[in-house]
Write a protein that binds this ligand. Structure first.
Ligand code: SF4
Ligand code: SF4
Length: 486
């Protein structure tokens, strides 16, 4: 049994709540069991919905890495395997046509009347992206100072010369200050937030602070030429000088990771345009929220760099921050929203208290569930076992996981495919008995039980396509969300 005599403060910190929160009647995690490794198994509806979650408080992580193989993500390791260029499978050739061709066909030649790709659906999708796409003046790394400005540089003049804020000035612990930063993240628009010590292994090679050069090296010395076709083969334009080279200073050793829930019904329209609208509005919220949070921390006199997908790998940072686990589909699976999230982060030198990583049975369940692999139109998701090797040049070998063919996925989806989210059993509303059962029993770690659960999940009807025409008939404010009362 978990020792009830354990120091109350340490216990609260392990669970990720503060004394103030407990005193104010905010939902308090309940320890319902102890794992064989001595970790608490916790129920916390506000954070984890109906799942039971093992908190890895002993310094363990729910993944294995080989740092010697992994190196720096994005680095051109001489050992990196060279794979054959991606060949479009015959059965998916229809879907790999350039987006510009498809868009013209649907909008012009067919008069904007193709179901799920109507002019209404396209306009909805494009509008959702605008804030993100215009965010260059908002994201600090596109500005002159690159977000690595000196303390308080962006603050109001009266605050400029103040020392970094110390929460003890108002008799607040650093633990409670960390809760305050997460509270601010959610106030500014995140669905959920966690804190991790920043593992600089996850920073892209081109964004790592060069060890051999002086720390004071101006961050904006180099122009970076980016060819959008590298990321989006359907993109029409060639190389562009988009931004200056940025790096994350090594003394920024904390990262606040934020989740942004995507709309359940719009994702159910995948790969119609509404699924892309769900992605686009999440990206726009990421831009606004991450940059606002970074500015808040700047005003407190600490350094902060806001980041969307750039600068480093978001998924392992989110895992380190206790927000979820990696699924077979290569994306973050969270207890509350399943895989239906986007991730942004803020790097900072504010000495925040890190959250513990969690395990709620995803790895076990994915071993028997193949739904995402079965429904991937570009055949990018493996039905095999985990490996240490990547499947395409953009994978980073050195993590023991299910690698996903990101090249074929990106070539296909152009941000419109979310099939591997739509069909995932974790992508389910909280208010249905079957999903309560899955969430309750998932820690039983029984493969035969998991198989039964996959079958029951499919029979429930969740994960089916939603036609855009039906989406538009929904009650205007109707949504299914992890925020719903459970
Ligand atoms: S988004 Fe998921 S389901 Fe769609 S092509 Fe990519 S891996 Fe496959
Ligand atoms: S669909 Fe199944 S196998 Fe794929 S990530 Fe979800 S639970 Fe894992």
């Amino acid at each position: 049994m978990f020792k009830n005599e354990v120091d109350r403060r340490k216990f609260m910190q392990a669970l990720g709540i503060g004394a103030a929160a407990a005193g104010m009647g905010v939902s308090i995690p309940q320890v319902v069991a102890q794992s064989k490794d001595g970790n608490p198994i916790v129920e916390d509806k506000s954070q984890y919905g109906k799942f039971l979650v093992e908190k890895l408080i002993n310094g363990d992580y729910p993944y294995q890495i080989d740092p010697k193989i992994l190196g720096q993500p994005g680095s051109a390791s001489p050992d990196r395997k060279v794979f054959e260029p991606f060949e479009v499978p015959e059965e998916t050739k229809e879907f790999f046509r350039p987006a510009s061709v498809l868009d013209r066909e649907r909008l012009v030649e067919k008069g904007g009347k193709v179901p799920n790709f109507t002019r209404l659906d396209y306009a909805f999708k494009d509008a959702s992206w605008w804030c993100h796409n215009e965010a260059r003046g908002v994201f600090p790394w596109y500005t002159e100072n690159g977000g690595t400005q000196e303390l308080g540089e962006r603050s109001r003049p009266n605050w400029r010369n103040l020392p970094p804020w110390d929460p003890q000035d108002i008799e607040m612990s650093w633990h409670d200050a960390s809760l305050a930063m997460k509270r601010a993240a959610c106030f500014y628009g995140a669905s959920q937030a966690g804190v991790a010590e920043l593992n600089h292994l996850w920073i892209y090679a081109q964004n790592s602070e060069p060890i051999e050069e002086p720390h004071q090296r101006p961050a904006d010395q180099q122009e970076t030429e980016i060819d959008p076709r590298r990321y989006f083969p359907n993109a029409a334009s060639g190389p562009q000088t988009r931004s200056r080279q940025r790096y994350i200073p090594r003394d920024l050793n904390r990262v606040i990771v934020m989740l942004f829930e995507e709309d359940y019904h719009a994702i159910a329209n995948s790969y119609g345009r509404l699924a892309s609208a769900a992605v686009g509005i999440a990206y726009s919220r990421m831009a606004f929220t991450a940059s606002t949070l970074a500015r808040f921390i700047n005003h407190l006199g600490w350094r902060a760099i806001a980041s969307g997908n750039g600068e480093g790998l978001s998924v392992p940072m989110a895992i380190d921050a206790g927000l979820g686990q990696l699924g077979r589909n290569g994306i973050l699976i969270t207890p509350k929203y399943g895989p239906r999230v986007r991730i942004a982060k803020v790097f900072t030198d504010m000495p925040l208290v890190a959250d513990s990583p969690i395990d709620f049975g995803v790895d076990q369940f994915c071993q028997v569930c193949m739904l995402c692999a079965d429904h991937c139109p570009s055949l990018s998701i493996t039905k095999g076992g985990k490996t240490w090797d990547g499947l395409c040049p953009r994978n980073n070998p050195g993590v023991y996981k299910w690698y996903v063919q990101t090249d074929s996925c990106n070539a296909f989806n152009d941000f419109s495919c979310s099939n591997c989210k739509k069909v995932c059993p974790f992508n389910k509303p909280n208010n249905f008995w079957l999903h309560r059962l899955i969430r309750r029993t998932i820690l039983a770690r029984s493969r035969s039980l998991d198989k039964v659960m996959v079958s029951l999940d499919q029979m429930s009807g969740y994960g089916r396509d939603l036609q855009a025409a039906d989406f538009w008939k929904l009650n205007p404010c109707q949504t299914i969300t992890g925020r719903e009362p459970v």
